[in-house]
Ligand binder design. Structure first.
Ligand code: SF4
Ligand code: SF4
Length: 168
């Protein structure tokens, strides 16, 4: 559709704003009888029309191995690449020299959901997830520790795939 520009001249004489006011009120009045689209969320939730894309980048999730342990090997890449500096990692080492996270936390409030942590992780351990319902009453509530990250039940994001740019 072609874009048209309508140039409005400045009024040369004194003008009344009554007509414009009445027009505005008529528009408001018209909307009183229009169909309402308000949804009482979260009591009412959406149907399939609002299904999130599999590439949605939301609340994180830590993958676990077959024994139920976090897949993270505390390599330090994700806190290094994180542009929001919202990942806290304290690495530990077991008697065999295997590294694991003693502390692993993500502040979902500071996170910008870029997905870099997922892209960089060599173990496919940390993922952004297909989830957005993570509201909290305090800022502390947005800090997810390892146990909480491991418990997240939602799907993990497929991120953007150059071979499938439309996500089909
Ligand atoms: S999604 Fe981006 S901002 Fe959020 S924790 Fe991962 S790297 Fe940091
Ligand atoms: S990049 Fe992966 S393995 Fe490395 S510290 Fe982060 S979650 Fe752990």
């Amino acid at each position: 559709m072609a874009i048209t520009v309508k140039t409005l001249g400045r009024p040369q004489a004194e003008s009344s704003y009554v007509r414009a006011t009445l027009k505005g009120m008529a528009l408001t009045f018209k909307h009183l009888f229009a169909r309402k689209w308000t949804m009482q969320y979260p009591e009412q939730t959406s149907d399939a029309d609002w299904t999130l894309s599999k590439r949605w980048r939301g609340t994180h999730r830590m993958a676990v191995d077959e024994t139920g342990k976090a897949k993270c090997v505390a390599c330090g890449l994700c806190p290094q690449i994180c542009p929001a500096n919202c990942i806290k990692l304290v690495a530990g080492e077991d008697e065999k020299g295997n590294r694991y996270p003693l502390v692993y936390e993500i502040d979902e409030f500071r996170c910008v959901f870029c997905g870099y942590c997922q892209e960089v992780c060599p173990e496919e351990a940390i993922h952004v997830g297909v989830d957005y319902e993570n509201a909290e009453y305090s800022r502390d509530g947005f800090v997810y520790d390892l146990a909480r990250l491991m418990k997240q039940p939602h799907e993990v994001s497929t991120l953007w795939d150059p071979s499938d740019p439309k996500g089909e």
